[in-house]
Ligand binder design. Structure first.
Ligand SMILES: [Zn+2]
Length: 51
C-alpha cells in the first residue's frame, strides 16, 4: 500500500495530502520551483479502518 504524505509549504497556505512518496516529492518540487517556497513532506500514519 502506498504511503501517504502531507505536503506543506512554510511560506503560503499550500497544503496537499498525497499518496506515494514519488508523487509527494514531485508536488513539493513543482511548488518549490514555481514559487521558490520551502516545502516539506511529512509522512502520515497509515489510514485506519473506519469503524
Ligand atoms: Zn508556497
Amino acid at each position: 500500500m502506498a504511503k501517504r504524505f502531507q505536503v506543506e509549504c512554510s511560506a503560503c497556505s499550500f497544503e496537499r495530502e498525497i499518496e506515494g512518496r514519488v508523487t509527494a516529492g514531485r508536488v513539493a518540487h513543482d511548488h518549490r520551483r514555481e514559487t521558490g517556497h520551502d516545502v516539506v513532506a511529512v509522512e502520515l500514519p497509515p489510514r485506519q479502518a473506519v469503524e
